[in-house]
Design a protein around this ligand. Structure first.
Ligand code: ASP
Length: 329
C-alpha cells in the first residue's frame, strides 16, 4: 500500500511584479492575430471550464480572440512539452494546475522543466475538490462508502485524469488514508471521466468543483464530501471529508498561466493585464463564486507570485511522491 500523502496545496509567497521594469520599446503591436490558450486536459473538464471562462474576457482585453486548444494525455505533460517548444511570441499560452509541480517527481523522464522552460504570468484560481460516485452506487454516505470499498475493493473502480492529474492525487490520498487500493481508470481529463460516471461505467471520481457543483446540485451524481477543512458556500449541505473521519484531508487545486520561455516582457505584461481584467470581470467572479473557487490575492496574480509558488510546491511534492513510490513507467 502506498504511503500516506499529505496534500496541502495552497501555500503562498509574497510576490513582486517585474513588469514595472519593462523597457519602453514595449509598444509591439501584440496581438495582431488570435492567441491560443492550451489546456492540458479534455474539453468539458474543470481546467477547460476555467480556461473557457477566462478566454472571452481576456480576448476583450487583448483585442483579439483567445482560442482554447485541448492537448490531452499523460496527466498534462504532453501539453506542457508542446508549450515548452512553442514559439515564444505570446500566441501560445498555457493554463495548468498543480500538476506542473508534481510532474518532475512523478515522471522519471520529463521532456520539459517547469522551472526553466516557461515564462510565468500569474496564478489564476484555487479550486476545491469533491469525492463523487455514480448516482446508483450503493453507499448512502461517507461512512457506508468506507465500509463498502473495504468489502468490495476488487470490484470498485476509481476514475482519474492520468498520472499527474489532481484527480489521481486526490484518489491516492483517499486510498492511502483508508488503507485500500482500488482499480484506477485513467482518462484524458475528468470531463470524459465524468461522462462515464454519469453513464455508470465507473464508480468513483474525485474532481474539482469547477465541474462538479452543477452535477451535485442537479442530483446527477452522489457526493460523499468536499476536500476542504471547511464546508463550501456553494454546497453547504455537503460535509467535509475531514469532519467525516478522514482527518486532515485537504486538497485545493491551484492553477497558473504560463508562456514559452523567451516570450518578451511587454507581451507578458499585456497578458497579465488581460488575466487580471478577466478575473475582475463581474460575470467571471460570480461564476467562480458559484463554483466555490477563489481568485488568489493580487500579489499572486504576478509572475513572481506564480514562480515562487511553483518552486515551493515542487520542493514540497518531490519528497512526498518519492516516499510514496509513485512513478510513471
Ligand atoms: N480535473 C482533472 C484533473 O484531475 C483535469 C481536467 O480534466 O481538467 O487533473
Amino acid at each position: 500500500m502506498r504511503q500516506r500523502i499529505n496534500a496541502v496545496v495552497t501555500a503562498g509567497f509574497a510576490a513582486l511584479s517585474v513588469f514595472a521594469m519593462a523597457p519602453a520599446a514595449a509598444q509591439a503591436p501584440y496581438p495582431d492575430k488570435p492567441v491560443t490558450l492550451v489546456v492540458p486536459f479534455a474539453a468539458g473538464g474543470p481546467t477547460d471550464v476555467v480556461a473557457r471562462m477566462l478566454a472571452i474576457p481576456m480576448g476583450k482585453s487583448l483585442g483579439q480572440s483567445v482560442l482554447v486548444e485541448n492537448t490531452v494525455g499523460a496527466g498534462g505533460t504532453i501539453a506542457a512539452t508542446k508549450v515548452a517548444r512553442a514559439a515564444p511570441n505570446g500566441y501560445t499560452l498555457f493554463i495548468h494546475h498543480m500538476g506542473m509541480s508534481t510532474a518532475p517527481a512523478l515522471y522519471k523522464k520529463l521532456s520539459f522543466d517547469p522551472m526553466k522552460d516557461y515564462e510565468y504570468i500569474g496564478q489564476v484560481v484555487d479550486v476545491p475538490m469533491t469525492l463523487l460516485a455514480r448516482k446508483d452506487f450503493p453507499p448512502a454516505n461517507y461512512k457506508e462508502l468506507e465500509a463498502y470499498v473495504r468489502a468490495n475493493k476488487d470490484k470498485v473502480s476509481l476514475a482519474n485524469a492520468g498520472l499527474g492529474a489532481v484527480s489521481h492525487l486526490c484518489g491516492l490520498l483517499f486510498m492511502s488514508q483508508i488503507g485500500v487500493e482500488l482499480n484506477t481508470i485513467p482518462y484524458k481529463g475528468t470531463g470524459p471521466a465524468m461522462n462515464d460516471l454519469l453513464g455508470g461505467q465507473v464508480d468513483l471520481l474525485c474532481d474539482q468543483t469547477t465541474q462538479t457543483v452543477p452535477m451535485i446540485k442537479d442530483g446527477r451524481v452522489k457526493v460523499y464530501g468536499v476536500t476542504t477543512l471547511k464546508r463550501l458556500d456553494a454546497l453547504p449541505n455537503v460535509p467535509t471529508l475531514d469532519e467525516q473521519g478522514l482527518k486532515g484531508f485537504e486538497v485545493k487545486v491551484w492553477h497558473g498561466l504560463y508562456a514559452p520561455k523567451g516570450t518578451p516582457a511587454p507581451v507578458l505584461e499585456k497578458i497579465n493585464v488581460a488575466l487580471r481584467a478577466a478575473l475582475a470581470d463581474p460575470m467571471v467572479k460570480t461564476r467562480l463564486a458559484e463554483l466555490s473557487s477563489d481568485i488568489p490575492p493580487s500579489d499572486k496574480l504576478t509572475p513572481a507570485g506564480l514562480k515562487n509558488h511553483l518552486e515551493a510546491e515542487i520542493a514540497k511534492w518531490g519528497p512526498v511522491i518519492k516516499k510514496a513510490g509513485i512513478y510513471a513507467d
